[in-house]
Design a protein around this ligand. Structure first.
Ligand code: GLC
Length: 425
């Protein structure tokens, strides 16, 4: 009897110990993301947790706009105790957040050469600031034009390439009285509008800010003309509904998927969704191509993209788990899942050669070339400021509170001031 109770006591103590050890190992990471409308992040997390017992990921879904989520992370970091251990970080966030010291440099934990070997160069370049890496890339992005293949074919029209051809074709094929508009895009005053406008600005031979020479060029005739074209989509050619002023990515995607527009500017994720979403009325009817451009110029795609970054204020004993998760999001398995569920143009190159991927989205063969040739928004810690200036004045022009010339001149003036303040302080 005595032996039995001793045995039970020892067993009890051992159980307590092992429970204690299990508790000690259990780590929860808080992860700030956007709205998980297709459930992809939940799926990735479930897969990761299954493979890594002892690590839990708590998802915090912020608003859609990259500007708003950036602000959430900035506000949290200002208290030097970020409630977010890890963050789904836009390529444009890295210079400003790294410069403020709010992201954990991860050069000691990840093999940068391996990342370069496996991912699109821009996705790794965009994770680095001042010689240190701050993010594991997961997704690339490049602006594209989607169009209604069926409508163009029926009218016997080839997909337009130059701005001039585009405006003619969009006007000809649209029928707004019956609910079919020519063109929609991200027209709200936020980063998405800037990404789109830059493509027309570059495609028209202009530029905004060159971080190497520190010159601002957005008051050039080419730039003013690009703004004029943007305004003309709504007011002159009337190929775009004024509602576009409240459109972000998702509103414009849904507008196009419900069959209400001939052309759409958006990111690569739209293709798979337009073919798989139950709500989509354009299955089998969508073509995709690079942006429009002025005669004698080239099409440009703005480089976007996301990855996993770690807060500088994360508790030390959580860092290894956070790195594990960040690298998991870059693994073949996670990247393929992201494509299959969400159509993401992921960061890893090998996905673009996967037969299953190519079957689901044959455009990925061309996309991999486009993703090697994107153009960056200026990589600078003052990008949030420069972007805000640009979107504010574009909105003033689009709502006709200013002429394109006035808007671009003000844009240039304020941008020059911001650049001078940053460099002379
Ligand atoms: C996409 C891009 C991102 C960009 C954003 C603008 O999510 O990947 O880089 O800032 O769109 O809305």
């Amino acid at each position: 009897m005595k032996k039995l109770s001793l045995f039970l006591l020892v067993a009890f103590v051992l159980t307590l110990f092992s429970m204690g050890a299990a508790f000690a190992k259990d780590i929860t990471l808080t992860f700030l993301i956007g709205p998980d409308s297709t459930g992809i992040f939940h799926k990735e997390v479930a897969l990761f947790e299954k493979k890594n017992p002892g690590i839990k990921i708590k998802l915090v879904e912020g608003p859609h706009s990259t500007n708003d989520r950036y602000q959430m992370f900035v506000t949290a970091s200002m208290s030097k105790k970020s409630p977010y251990d890890i963050v789904w970080a836009d390529i444009i966030w890295i210079p400003p957040l790294a410069q403020k010291g709010w992201l954990l440099p991860i050069s000691d934990y990840v093999d940068v050469n391996k990342l370069y070997a496996e991912n699109f160069k821009a996705t790794v370049d965009g994770s680095i600031w001042d010689g240190k890496i701050y993010r594991v890339p997961a997704m690339s992005d490049a602006g594209l034009i989607y169009y209604r293949k069926d409508i163009l074919e029926k009218a016997g029209v080839k997909p337009p390439r130059t701005f001039k051809e585009f405006f003619q074709v969009a006007q000809k094929l649209q029928d707004p009285k019956n609910g079919l508009w020519g063109f929609v895009y991200q027209g709200k005053q936020y980063e998405g509008l800037v990404c789109f406008y830059l493509e027309w600005l570059w495609g028209n031979g202009g530029y905004y800010y060159d971080p190497v020479t520190r010159k601002v060029g957005v008051d050039s005739p080419q730039a003013i003309e690009a703004t004029q074209m943007l305004v003309d989509t709504i007011h002159k050619y009337k190929i775009t509904p004024p509602d576009v002023l409240s459109f972000q990515e998702e509103e414009s995607r849904m507008f196009f998927e419900s069959g209400k527009a001939v052309f759409l500017r958006n990111w690569p994720y739209v293709w798979v969704l337009s073919q798989s979403d139950e709500m989509s009325k354009v299955k089998g009817k969508v073509g995709v191509m690079p942006e429009f451009y002025a005669e004698g110029q080239h099409p440009y795609a703005t480089q976007g993209g996301w990855g996993v970054a770690i807060s500088k204020f994360i508790e030390k004993d959580k860092v290894d788990a956070a790195i594990k998760f960040a690298l998991f999001m870059n693994s073949y398995e996670a990247q393929k899942l992201a494509f299959m569920v969400n159509g993401w143009d992921v960061a890893r190159r090998d996905i673009y050669y996967d037969p299953e991927v190519l079957k689901k989205n044959p455009f990925f063969k061309e996309l991999r070339v486009i993703l090697e040739n994107t153009r960056w928004r200026p990589a600078t810690p003052i990008w949030p400021k420069l972007s805000d200036i640009m979107s504010r004045y574009l909105t003033k022009a689009m709502t006709q509170q200013m002429t394109p010339e006035e808007a671009n001149k003000k844009m240039a003036e304020e941008a020059r001031k911001a650049v001078a303040e940053f460099w002379n302080k």
